[in-house]
Design a protein around this ligand. Structure first.
Ligand code: NAI
Length: 285
């Protein structure tokens, strides 16, 4: 199956990046969000990021103009129109909300269309259960910032077909990204491994093994990580980290996924990292 027209649901941090790369590589894109203001902001971010690529010589001015012209913003489902081959959903990380939108899109979109979610931790199988086409529901997990990051983690739900996986893998390659295929278990591969490392770094800090700077410098210079785990936790948001750890703990029922008590306490105190100005580091100065 050849994908030509893509509906991106949600134009936030991830949705605008997904719309950007799809338009850049020649796909017609419909970008759906809740209000005109959000969509205007989203298109502004896409334009600014494309201009940065143009300044670096990674994209010509003509290619940029053509890509921007391929994105059609809409706020109403009635305006999505015909012929969508793929939906990539990037709305809030709430499984009930995702299920609701998947049920609506299952009714609205053509029977051949693939319904993908960019979720970083929710069950693809559960989201698929809200539709009558679970064989065409799949995880297509992009990374932030989407235009820069090479990986797409493709997550196969319990009922996802080989044909659906193949179509998403082919498209990932066309977007000049590298696909990995994994099965649908809590945290998949990437979120599970990175969060366990972050949580363990928080335990080490809490137990007094070393300062935040010492732990982060150890992982940067000793292990060649681009960023230390505590600085990364601040960037991701400590509430998100706790949420993923709780998903892992509930999904596997294993003590090794127990969130560090310090992580819980910092979330209760509203120290969520960069977005609140304080986390393991102080960003207020
Ligand atoms: P965000 O909060 O920046 O954007 C979500 C957007 O969805 C908002 O613009 C919101 O107005 C819109 N939205 C909400 N309900 C909607 C609906 N019913 N119809 C249309 N639009 C709707 O969220 P973000 O960070 O982009 O995350 C989106 C998804 O991507 C989540 O599932 C998240 O777990 C996943 N993800 C996030 C990453 C990140 O670094 N932020 C990385 C990888 C995955």
């Amino acid at each position: 199956m050849e994908i030509k027209k893509v509906l991106v649901l949600g134009g936030g941090t991830m949705g605008n990046g997904i719309a950007h790369v799809c338009a850049q590589y020649g796909y017609d894109v419909i970008l759906r969000d809740l209000t005109d203001e959000i969509l205007a902001r989203s298109l502004g971010v896409i334009k600014k990021n494309m201009e940065r690529q143009t300044a670096k010589g990674a994209l010509t001015k003509d290619a940029m103009d053509a890509a921007l012209a391929r994105i059609r913003p809409v706020t109403r489902n009635e305006d999505i129109g015909d012929g969508v081959d793929l939906m990539v959903e990037a709305i809030f990380e709430n499984v009930e909300l995702k299920k609701k939108e998947f049920a609506v899109m299952d009714e609205l979109l053509p029977p051949h269309a693939i319904l993908a979610t960019n979720t970083s931790s929710q069950s693809i199988t559960k989201v698929a259960s809200a539709t009558k086409r679970p064989d065409k529901v799949i995880g297509m997990h992009f990374f932030n910032p989407v235009p820069m990051m090479k990986l797409v983690e493709i997550i196969r739900g319990y009922l996802t077909s080989d044909e659906t996986c193949k179509a998403i893998e082919d498209m990932t390659l066309k977007l000049d990204k590298t696909p990995i295929e994994v099965n649908d278990y809590p945290g998949f591969a990437t979120s599970r491994l990175i969060m366990v490392m972050i949580n363990e770094a928080i335990f080490a800090y809490w137990e007094g093994v070393g300062s935040a700077e010492a732990i982060d410098t150890g992982m940067k210079l000793g292990m060649n990580h681009p960023m230390g785990p505590l600085a990364l936790a601040d960037l991701v948001g400590l509430d998100i980290c706790l949420n993923v750890m709780n998903t892992l703990a509930a999904g596997y029922g294993d003590d090794k996924y127990r969130p560090c008590p310090l992580l819980k306490k910092m979330v209760d105190a509203g120290h969520l990292g960069r977005k609140t100005g304080k986390g393991f580091y102080d960003y207020t100065k």
